[in-house]
Ligand binder design. Structure first.
Ligand SMILES: NC(=O)c1ccc[n+]([C@@H]2O[C@H](COP(=O)([O-])OP(=O)(O)OC[C@H]3O[C@@H](n4cnc5c(N)ncnc54)[C@H](O)[C@@H]3O)[C@@H](O)[C@H]2O)c1
Length: 440
């Protein structure tokens, strides 16, 4: 029997559980691949011992837990071949570097890290160790996105001249970032990195190009202390915490009847199998909500990007809109591609269950339009999550190699750099040069 590949997970996050741990344990979501015949999960490093213990209890497995300070001990005792980095974004750099220095290969969730200083640390560790770092930019894997890549590669569009990309998150998904760790710049780098990295990576990959300069505006409009959605009394003062939630339109629409407004506990419901505690990350006595004083990131952006080829992009992202998805236009020297894609993840308001497929409209410059339908497939993020699991845990498929689907640290770096340039430009009101930010 061949030896099983040994994986350790750093951060037993929801993403870590559903995308990595369960498929490794042979318990992937319905329709998804399992890898327990070739792989084993040998260790979990997490801040929260109780959370890991509860996961082990509910899955009936004995997987050793290690505290964040016990990284070396974990490697010494459990000898992982590959490290899977799935903690909050700010923890990625430390775990990637420690893993590479320990002689492991590393798979990290997006964003690779939270700023360009960390990019340099990660790439230096990769270079000095000769190990491989893969960045799980799963959004590339959605069938619609692969099809767009093929269309661009085919030359039918000609040279891409400009990109119009509007990404909107609905009131449920977008607001959820503002009561989780993502709302702290020190933890996530802000949403232009934590979320925007998906979009910036997609465009870099579609175009086979890299960004050179970014100019952006951004603001905190809906959430935070002065957020437009914050309920206020007749004299304009905020209500006490429980009353604030009772009157908050987000809470009323998405959480009323499911969570007690007087409690600090609130959640998206994504942990559908286990409902594990988060007691260390979110101490039960600590208030966190959409209008907290400390929130100092943006919830809306308008951005201009210029790429090395001369192509440009106008991008906007808004974290509080009535429906979720994107509107995309790609103008080429031979035509235009358009996509309007709804994903509507809110389980309470799902209006379009088959929305994860899609429709691409191609308009040749001189000729009739062509419709290209992309059927919906099973699996999270429009089927992307199952496809990337196979590439990460078995081998890259022929299509993946051809399309260069699996992102490396250089792709991870440019996605982070674009996101950092966005918030830095929005703050300074000046354009930001990407190479300078990356220290190149
Ligand atoms: N690719 C995607 O589509 C996708 C989707 C969701 C999340 N993500 C990424 O996955 C990662 C996890 O996000 P999530 O929302 O699932 O996380 P989460 O909030 O569900 O979990 C975070 C986990 O990390 C632990 N933790 C906190 N601080 C730690 C530390 N210092 N050291 C070790 N463990 C620590 C917490 O106890 C918790 O178990 C993030 O990088 C996020 O950006 C990617």
């Amino acid at each position: 029997m061949t030896k099983k590949h040994r994986y350790a997970i750093c951060g037993l996050s929801l993403r870590g559980i559903y995308q990595y741990a369960l498929p490794l344990l042979g318990r992937n979501r319905a329709g998804g691949p399992n890898f327990d015949d070739r792989a084993e999960l040998v260790a979990i490093l997490d801040l929260d011992r109780g959370r890991v213990a509860e996961f082990c209890r509910q899955t009936g497995r004995t997987i050793p837990w290690y505290a964040p300070g016990a990284f070396r001990k974990m490697v010494r005792e459990t000898r992982p071949d590959t490290l899977i980095v799935t903690g909050p974004d700010q923890t990625h750099c430390r775990h990637i570097v420690a893993g590479l220095d320990a002689g492991c290969d590393v798979i990290t969730e997006k964003p690779m890290v939270i700023d360009c200083r960390q990019v340099r640390q990660v790439q230096a560790a990769e270079a000095r160790n000769g190990r491989r770092l893969r960045v799980a930019h799963n959004y590339r894997y959605a069938p619609l996105h692969r099809r767009l890549k093929r269309l661009i590669q085919s030359g039918r569009l000609g040279r891409v001249v400009s990109v119009e990309f509007t990404y909107n998150l609905d009131t449920w998904h977008g607001s959820s970032y503002f009561y989780r760790w993502n709302s702290e710049r020190a933890m996530s780098g802000g949403l232009s990195i934590s979320k925007g990295c998906h979009h910036f990576d997609l465009v870099n990959w579609w175009l086979g190009d890299v960004p050179e300069e970014v100019f952006a505006f951004g603001g905190l409009n809906y959430f935070g202390r002065d957020g437009a959605l914050r309920p206020r009394d007749a004299r304009g003062r905020p209500f006490p915490p429980a009353e604030e939630k009772r009157r908050c339109p987000v809470f009323r629409k998405h959480y009323a009847g499911k969570f007690d407004p007087a409690s600090n506990v609130i959640g998206t419901g994504w942990d559908e199998l286990f409902s594990l505690p988060y007691d260390r990350q979110y101490p039960p006595g600590e208030r966190r909500y959409l209008y907290d004083d400390g929130i100092a990131i943006e919830d809306s952006y308008s951005v201009a990007v210029r790429y090395r080829s001369g192509a440009t992009m106008s991008y906007s992202c808004n974290f509080c809109t009535p429906w979720e998805g994107y509107i995309l236009g790609l103008n080429g020297t031979k035509g235009r591609l358009e996509v309007v894609h709804r994903s509507d993840p809110d389980p309470t308001g799902k209006t379009n269950p088959a929305s994860d497929g899609g429709l691409i409209t191609f308009y040749p410059l001189f000729g009739g339009k062509q419709l290209i339908e992309i059927p919906a497939v099973a699996g999270g993020h429009g089927g992307a999550d199952f496809a990337i699991q196979r590439d990460l845990f078995v081998r890259e498929s022929a299509e993946s190699r051809q399309l260069q689907l699996l992102a490396d640290s250089e792709a991870g770096a440019y996605a982070v750099a674009t996101g950092e340039a966005v918030w830095r430009s929005a703050t300074s009101r000046r354009p930001v040069n990407i190479a300078r930010l990356l220290g190149r």
